[in-house]
Design a protein around this ligand. Structure first.
Ligand code: CP
Length: 333
């Protein structure tokens, strides 16, 4: 595999290799000296056409921990604001010798175009495109779920659950599915890893065609928590910035939304004792999640951010360093 564009492209073996390599990377991050020489002399470009805090910093940290040179490119303040096209930007990055391009773009499909148009030789890693995909977010979510619900629980698996899939686990993904690349990426990956997924959302915030996704849907959060008893609850950010401009989405009033779809202390109490709470961030505290839930012992939200560095180290390593060996041995990732 030359690029990481979508969780739909990942076989179960690919996904497990990424998660197991992430566990190895995480182990190196608890050492006093965290830096590895693996990508010395390679150049990673962070190409961000949309705002980001976690993903951009996490990819930058991951690349630097692997000793790569990192160039941060933000569309704001670049020649993109003078009308430069994605193609001309890609040709510029190619001329500068980029080995990997980490791209976040407001247009669904932009990373795939960058990967396949022949404008550059670099590996392309999708850091979130429109409402389409956010593969490294889903991988860090799966890594966090596996560590807590397979690894820390024991039963023969090591602390990170290395080698294990997520079979038998139930994950509820709650909120604004319509605009969420995180939801799309997670549904695909969790299904590949054997978990059962239920999407819980107001009908107006479920996409057309969701019936074909490999998951259940529900409009009733209380019933899903109390009766289905998920092992993990992933709250989605309400993406108000994507609701303006006539997207057609009817947004329930914030009060209604919080009342029917917000996670608070009362709803936390409906969950099994071992259940964990995830959120990709940034959070709308008081809208989709209360401060009580976000700061509770069950919330693993800060840990997700830490795990993101290990997952992105693994992705960069497998695409840039491991591929040469893999091609020689005839394996894919
Ligand atoms: N989860 C996530 O993608 O966060 P950022 O937008 O801050 O990168």
């Amino acid at each position: 595999m030359k690029h990481l564009l979508s969780t739909a492209d990942l076989s179960k073996d690919d996904a497990l290799l990424l998660l197991d390599t992430s566990a190895q990377m995480a182990a190196t991050q608890s050492r006093e000296i965290k830096k590895l020489p693996t990508l010395r002399g390679r150049t990673v470009v962070n190409l961000f056409y949309e705002d980001s805090t976690r993903t951009r910093i996490s990819f930058e940290t991951a690349a630097k921990r692997l000793s790569a040179d990192v160039i941060n490119f933000s569309a704001k303040g670049s020649s993109v604001s003078k009308g430069e096209s994605l193609k001309d930007t890609a040709l510029t990055l190619h001329a500068m010798g980029a080995d990997a391009v980490v791209v976040r773009h407001w247009a669904s499909g932009a990373p795939a175009q960058l990967a396949h148009a022949g404008w550059l030789d670099a590996a392309v890693l999708n850091a979130g495109d429109g409402t389409h995909m956010h593969p490294t977010q889903a991988l860090l979510d799966a890594f966090t779920i596996r560590r807590h619900l397979v690894g820390l629980r024991g039963g023969g698996a090591d602390r990170d659950g290395v080698g294990s899939d997520l079979a038998g686990l139930k994950v509820a993904i709650v909120g604004d599915v319509l605009h969420s690349r995180v939801a799309r990426a997670n549904v695909r990956l969790l299904h590949t890893l054997g978990a059962q997924v239920t999407l819980v959302s107001p009908p107006t915030l479920l996409p057309v065609g969701v019936e074909a996704w490999p998951c259940r849907t529900s409009y009733d959060l209380d019933a899903t928590l109390a009766d289905w008893q998920p092992d993990a609850v992933m709250m989605l950010r309400v993406q108000r910035e994507r609701m303006s401009g006539g997207s057609g989405a009817f947004f329930p009033s914030p009060l209604e939304y919080t009342r029917y779809f917000g996670l608070d202390g009362r709803r936390l109490a409906l969950l099994p004792e071992h259940a964990i709470v995830l959120h990709p961030g940034p959070m709308n505290r008081g809208l989709e999640i209360s401060a009580e839930a976000a700061d509770s012992d069950r919330a693993v939200i800060v840990e997700q951010v830490a795990n993101g560095v290990a997952v992105r180290m693994a992705a960069l390593y497998l695409l840039l360093a491991h591929t040469e060996a893999a091609h020689t041995e005839g394996t894919s990732l």
